[in-house]
Design a protein around this ligand. Structure first.
Ligand code: ADP
Ligand code: MG
Length: 228
């Protein structure tokens, strides 16, 4: 492994760019957290690393593009994966025209739908965990909090988090983004499937609004509107 450059340092992991076996790679290393009990900390880092690698393989199997995994070291909480030469969907959304936005959101909806059909919930689905290349390829990343789940709630939470990420970074586009996303999602899960999940998303959003209104007292219209 040579010439490592730090490219991102998140709450959980440091990501380095480098070369490995002749490939351009990213090394995702989950950093020890001093504030956690050392044994617990090690267990958490190992568990998330294993979860992330396993789910990336499931995603590949069900036709959802993720960076190819080249090496996993669970003991040391690191994953070596293909470097994706692209940008975050979060940054791409405001800079492309409407038709490309539509294409990306439908594509994303289809991929998330495929994951859900395989009973995988991403766990941290936001526009910061989706990458797009200049050729228009899309990759899902950051599967450390994913889970195999038969519970509609986990799938609805994915969509809820995604909508929240639209609202926080692309507020005025939220409506169209949700519409395109759900169109792609429906193509993967079917009309009956989408209705079940969307009902649950509504329920989650209402719960959130209830909490929010109590917090603000009086609330009024509140920040949550019906996109779904
Ligand atoms: N395979 C990859 N290729 C290129 N950049 C990546 C890759 N994986 C992650 N990144 C970059 O690193 C950032 C953090 O990675 P991520 O897996 O989302 O970890 P975190 O848990 O810190 O959010 C991403 O937002 C992206 O910019
Ligand atoms: Mg991330």
């Amino acid at each position: 492994m040579d010439g490592l450059t730090l490219i991102a340092s998140g709450a959980e992991a440091d990501l380095y760019r480098g070369r490995f076996l002749g490939y351009d790679v990213v090394i995702k290393y989950r950093v020890p957290k001093g504030y956690r009990d050392p044994n617990f900390d090690r267990a958490v880092r190992m568990e998330r690393t294993l979860t992330e690698a396993k789910t990336m393989l499931i995603a590949m199997e069900c036709g959802v593009p993720v960076p190819t995994i080249l090496y996993v070291d669970v003991e040391n909480a690191l994953i070596v994966m293909e470097y994706v030469d692209g940008a975050l969907l979060r940054d791409v959304i405001p800079s492309v025209d409407g038709s490309l936005r539509r294409r990306y959101l439908e594509l994303l909806g289809g991929y998330v739908g495929k994951l859900h059909v395989s009973n995988v919930a991403h766990g941290d689905l936001t526009t910061s965990n989706v990458m797009v290349t200049s050729e228009g390829m899309m990759y899902l990343i950051d599967f450390g909090l994913s889970r195999v789940s038969y519970d509609v709630e986990d799938k609805a939470v994915d969509i809820h988090l995604l909508i929240r990420s639209f609202e926080s970074t692309h507020y005025n586009l939220t409506k169209e983004l949700v519409r395109y996303f759900l169109r792609g999602y429906t193509s993967a899960v079917g009309v009956e499937g989408v209705n079940i999940v969307v009902d649950k998303v509504r329920e989650i959003r209402l719960r959130g609004r209830y909490v929010e209104e109590r917090r603000v007292r009086g609330g009024g219209e509140g920040p949550i509107r019906s996109y779904v």
